[in-house]
Design a protein around this ligand. Structure first.
Ligand SMILES: Cc1ncc(COP(=O)(O)O)c(C=O)c1O
Length: 292
C-alpha cells in the first residue's frame, strides 16, 4: 500500500500529478498535488479505494516514483502520458520508460514535433506491442486478415523520417530549453506576485512549457501582448470541468486544479529563442509588476 500521508509531506519540489482511473471510458480524477496542497476525489488516506484496472498519469516535469512502485505492487496497470515530457528524465531514466505503456505526441508544438500530427505508443510488453500494431492499421494482423475494428492511425513515413532526424537533436534542444528556463527562474525569482516552477535536483525537466502562476495572469497576458509578446494559457479550463465530461462525473469540485486553471500563464520558451528575447520577456514582466 502506498503511503499517501508521506507522499503529501515530501518537500523540495513541486509534484504535479493528475491520476485518472480509466476503467470504462469516463475518467475518475484521483489526485492533483503540487506538494503542498492536494486535490482528491478519493478519501485521502485510503490508497486506491476504487481498485482501478488502470491509471493514466501525466506530469509536466516528473513523477513521484514512490507512486510508480505502489502501482506495480498493487498490480495496477500504469499508462504514462508523456506528450509534454520528451527528453525529461528522472535519475537519468527517460520518461516513458516507467509505465507498462506510454503515449507520446509528436504534434508540431512538442519538444519533438513532426511537420504535422503524429504520435507513438512505447512499451516493452510484446502483447501490448502486437495489439497496438493491429490497432494502428485498421485492425489488420496481416495483409488480408482483420482481427479488430480499428482506425487507420499509421504514422506517415515522411513524418517518421523527419522525427528520426530531429530525435538526434532532442537532448541538445532540451538542454537549451533548460538554460533559458534558468534565465527565467533567475530573472523572476524576486517577484513575490509570481509562483515559479520548481525543479527537483534529480530530475531533468523537459521544459515543454514554462508556466508561472499569478493572480494577475489576464492583465499580465494583455500587457505582454501590447509589447508583442505572446503568453499562452495551459490550460484555462481544468480537465474535470470540460463540457465533454463535467456532467458525467457529477460536476466534481477539485479546488487546486481550478486554482491552477485560473492562475497559470505560459511564458514563451523554445530551443529557438535567443537569450535577448528571454531577457526582454523578463524585463517586461518586471515592468508590469513594478519590480526594478
Ligand atoms: C499531456 C497531453 N496529452 C495528450 C495530448 C494530445 O496529443 P495529440 O494532439 O498529439 O493527440 C497533448 C497535446 O497537447 C498533451 O499535452
Amino acid at each position: 500500500m502506498y503511503d499517501w500521508a508521506k507522499f503529501r509531506k515530501t518537500k523540495g519540489a513541486i509534484k504535479l500529478h493528475c491520476l485518472m482511473d480509466i476503467k470504462g471510458s469516463i475518467p475518475t480524477f484521483m489526485v492533483l498535488t503540487d506538494g503542498k496542497k492536494h486535490d482528491a476525489t478519493i478519501a485521502q488516506d485510503v490508497p486506491f479505494p476504487l481498485l482501478p484496472d488502470s491509471i493514466i498519469t501525466f506530469d509536466r516535469a516528473y513523477m513521484d516514483f514512490g507512486v510508480f512502485g505502489a502501482y506495480q505492487k498493487n498490480g495496477i496497470f500504469l499508462v504514462e502520458d508523456i506528450a509534454q515530457a520528451h527528453g525529461a528524465r528522472w535519475k537519468e531514466k527517460p520518461m516513458g520508460s516507467f509505465g507498462h505503456v506510454s503515449a507520446i505526441s509528436f504534434h508540431p508544438s512538442k519538444n519533438l514535433g513532426a511537420f504535422g500530427d503524429g504520435g507513438a505508443v512505447l512499451t516493452n510488453d510484446d502483447a501490448i506491442a502486437k495489439k497496438v500494431r493491429i490497432f494502428r492499421n485498421l485492425g489488420k494482423s496481416d495483409k488480408y486478415r482483420f482481427d479488430a475494428i480499428a482506425p487507420n492511425s499509421k504514422l506517415d513515413t515522411l513524418q517518421a523520417v523527419i522525427l528520426g532526424i530531429k530525435l538526434r537533436y532532442l537532448d541538445t534542444w532540451v538542454q537549451r530549453r533548460s538554460n533559458l528556463a534558468q534565465q527565467y527562474l533567475d530573472g523572476l525569482r524576486d517577484i513575490t506576485e509570481i509562483k515559479l516552477p520548481r525543479i527537483h535536483p534529480q530530475a531533468q525537466h523537459a521544459w515543454h512549457l514554462f508556466v508561472i502562476r499569478t493572480e494577475k495572469r489576464m492583465a499580465l497576458q494583455s500587457y505582454l501582448k501590447s509589447k508583442n509578446i505572446r503568453a499562452g494559457l495551459h490550460y484555462p479550463i481544468a480537465a474535470h470541468q470540460q463540457p465533454a465530461i463535467a456532467e458525467q462525473i457529477g460536476h466534481q469540485s477539485l479546488p487546486l486544479a481550478e486554482e491552477w486553471a485560473k492562475t497559470c500563464l505560459t511564458l514563451p520558451l523554445s530551443h529557438e529563442h535567443r537569450d535577448d528575447e528571454i531577457a526582454t520577456v523578463i524585463h517586461e514582466v518586471r515592468q508590469f509588476f513594478g519590480v526594478q
